[in-house]
Design a protein around this ligand. Structure first.
Ligand code: ZN
Length: 186
């Protein structure tokens, strides 16, 4: 049902894509196509809240954090539903808090991202939270694109877990068809 929702908003691109890893793929999840609809985002976040609200660490969450840009809207909606504050981290030699946003020592943080593949941005945020003296209690994502292969240092929850097949350039069947290779975003 959630997968159908992604399809209906055009969040699943089909084609011949060059991933940041250098591998080629015939599909790509573009979550901004989902998060541009506040009503849909609200439902996806409600699902995450229902997954985590009975967890032991949940009562210690005092702030929601997301990596810019993809994590900002999910973080906003999650903070809105929980009645908490939100902060976001921006790329700057790792991930940094800017614009006067602050994290107090010992604050319990819930990190959220739109989609995770290798988990790189999320882990940079976790590292910076630690450097600022905060505690990351869990990581949430709308879509886990790794197919469940991620190994985070804290509990991880996602609404949808998917794996898009990808290939090395040498073994890519799409390259053989001559279809143009494109970067899906950025
Ligand atoms: Zn290819």
């Amino acid at each position: 049902m959630r997968l159908n929702e992604l399809e209906s908003v055009g969040a699943i691109l089909k084609g011949h894509f060059l991933l940041t890893s250098g591998r080629h793929s015939e599909g790509f999840f573009l979550l901004s196509r989902l998060t541009q609809h506040p009503g849909l985002l609200e439902k996806w976040i409600e699902e995450l809240v229902s997954m985590v609200k009975s967890e032991e660490w949940f009562k210690d969450v005092s702030v929601i954090a997301g990596p810019a840009m993809g994590g900002i809207l999910p973080a906003y909606e999650l903070a809105r539903q929980l009645g908490l504050r939100l902060i976001f981290f921006e790329k700057d030699q790792g991930m940094k808090l800017k614009r006067g946003m602050q994290l107090e020592p010992e604050e319990g943080v819930l990190v959220i991202e739109d989609a995770v593949t290798t988990g790189g941005s999320v882990l940079s945020v976790v590292k910076e939270i630690e450097a600022l003296g905060g505690r990351t209690l869990a990581i949430l994502a709308l879509v886990d694109r790794s197919g469940g292969k991620l190994d985070f240092p804290v509990p991880f929850f996602s609404v949808l877990r998917v794996e898009m097949p990808s290939y090395t350039p040498k073994e890519c069947p799409l390259c053989l068809t001559g279809q143009e290779l494109v970067k899906p975003k950025l």
